[in-house]
Design a protein around this ligand. Sequence first.
Ligand SMILES: [Zn+2]
Ligand SMILES: [Zn+2]
Length: 141
Amino acid sequence: MTTYNGKCHCGNTEWTATLEKEQQSHVLCHCDTCKSLSGGTYTLNQIIPKSALTITKGGDNLGKYVYYGDSGSPVDCFYCKNCTTHVYHHQHVLGEDTIILRTGLLAQGLKDFQPAAEIFGKVRLGWEKEVATTFETLPPS
Ligand SMILES: [Zn+2]
Ligand SMILES: [Zn+2]
């Protein structure tokens, strides 16, 4: 396991994520929500246990809002109240102890990780090249 440091855009919020070898990679999400949140074409993520994430600075000042994903199940979004960077998401459909971490916000992870999979490939933009195994929506569970 390796511990990675993350921080938001303004620096008010910082965290560490301790990741197993197989979690040291990016899952590219092309869904329309990720496009809207990022202003880009996809986001970089990993599914991890909640206990693997520690908010080391600004944790008591995180904002939270809820939206309803494709599954109809709630997704809690936790973000820095100052700069609005999303630190992590909790998709209730995945269970209470599982969260979605933004691997692109881990400075060393962004440099070192490789793409492991692409999800919501059905809405990947036509000019984007496939870089990892692509699922139309989510991988079969
Ligand atoms: Zn911030
Ligand atoms: Zn997405």
